[in-house]
Design a binder for this molecule. Structure first.
Ligand SMILES: C[S@@+](CC[C@H](N)C(=O)[O-])C[C@H]1O[C@@H](n2cnc3c(N)ncnc32)[C@H](O)[C@@H]1O
Length: 345
């Protein structure tokens, strides 16, 4: 089994925390107001159900297993992996659960044909979709746009900046690997990534120079809004190696036709993990279990907004100070566009 790095530990922790908050909030809405409401978990490049953590040397649940253990459960689950062996592993994990669907197929097709049609907004269905790493054959006109247009699908999206830096964004573009250039063009939707990636204003001779990671990811985020059509795209979570290089950026995006309550939660979760994983000499020591998601547990002690939302979802009084209002979200980088930034406006 291939061991996973520290960034994957962090990603799994984020998914676990968010999936549970998401399900709790929707479950709380159902009995009172919308009895037909259903919520679906979709993982497009599902991979194996379990991993060996390079950090702890332990066997840890992969995102499919994490999703299946979410309390309260999702109404249905869809795991997609093009590799039949992976799909068989996922079937083994599923056991005899009837609410879990395994698709051994190209996610770019099956999502459009079978899975997203099950998550129609007008049918009172909502979906949480893990779409990544998107460089793997995804294209702007396909699943990313379809997820945005559905209006009911929230996505976590990986943007593999290290791979792009190594293989595409060379000082001289002629030295880039052609297949990777084509992959990026497909993902971006056209060749305008070249304008976003290079700047000619930095030197006297007008030679193109590669822009910073931050500037390029910000251009990608704008693309997720303007081209794909998501209305909200989070300030991403940079997933770093121990030596601090960014492997990929993890985004959360949502076409909000209603108030994006969940987006506020994910921003808080991202903020919590931004630096936490790298203290203690690079060790990720924070382990989680389902009890972590109880409103007053230790995990959320530094997240008043998440606590308040979960208390609201479980019918408890929301306010901490008797005001009846949610605590204001505090951004660690107020000047940077973040969750709730209307990227299409
Ligand atoms: C790096 S693994 C994914 C790990 C997983 N996302 C996680 O978080 O644990 C990538 C997986 O995507 C699958 N894959 C690659 N291209 C695919 C496609 N077009 N459709 C569906 N699955 C694909 C591969 O078989 C592989 O199992």
């Amino acid at each position: 089994m291939r061991p996973i790095g520290i960034w994957s530990d962090v990603k799994l922790a984020i998914i676990k925390e968010y999936a549970s908050a998401y399900a709790k909030i929707l479950d709380a809405q159902r009995p009172e107001s919308i009895s037909r409401l259903r919520w679906i978990y979709i993982h497009a490049y599902a991979g194996p159900g379990a991993h060996l953590s390079r950090t702890t040397k332990e066997l840890v649940d992969g995102s499919p297993l994490i999703a299946l253990k979410t309390i309260p459960p999702f109404s249905e689950y869809h795991f997609i992996d093009a590799d039949p062996k992976r799909a068989d592993q996922l079937r083994e994990i599923r056991g005899d659960r009837k609410d879990v669907h395994i698709h051994s197929a190209d996610c770019n097709e099956i999502l459009l044909e079978k899975v997203f049609p099950r998550a129609k907004y007008e049918d009172y269905r909502r979906a949480l979709c893990l779409l990544g790493p998107v460089q793997h054959q995804s294209r702007m006109g396909g699943v990313i746009e379809a997820a945005a247009k559905a209006g009911s699908v929230e996505v976590f999206l990986n943007f593999m900046i290290m791979d792009i830096n190594r293989n595409v964004l060379r000082n001289n573009l002629d030295q880039a690997i052609q297949s990777k250039v084509e992959q990026l063009t497909r993902l971006w939707g056209d060749e305008t990534w070249i304008d976003a990636a290079y700047d000619t204003r930095g030197n006297l001779f007008g030679d193109p120079e590669k822009v910073s990671n931050e500037r390029f990811e910000s251009a990608w985020r704008e693309r997720v809004g303007k081209k794909a059509g998501f209305k909200f795209a989070s300030r991403p979570m940079p997933m770093r190696t121990k030596t601090n290089s960014v492997i990929y950026y993890l985004y959360f995006a949502y076409f909000a036709s209603q108030k994006p309550v969940a987006a506020g939660i994910v921003d808080d979760i991202f903020n919590k993990y931004r630096n936490r994983a790298y203290k203690d000499g690079g060790k990720f020591t924070h382990r989680m279990d389902p009890r972590d998601l109880e409103p007053r547990d230790r995990l959320h002690k530094d997240q008043p907004r998440v606590q308040a939302l979960l208390r609201g979802a479980t019918g408890e009084s929301v306010e901490a100070d008797g005001s009846g209002k949610l605590p204001k979200r505090v951004s660690s980088h107020p000047a940077t566009p973040g969750v709730g930034t209307a990227v299409t406006e």
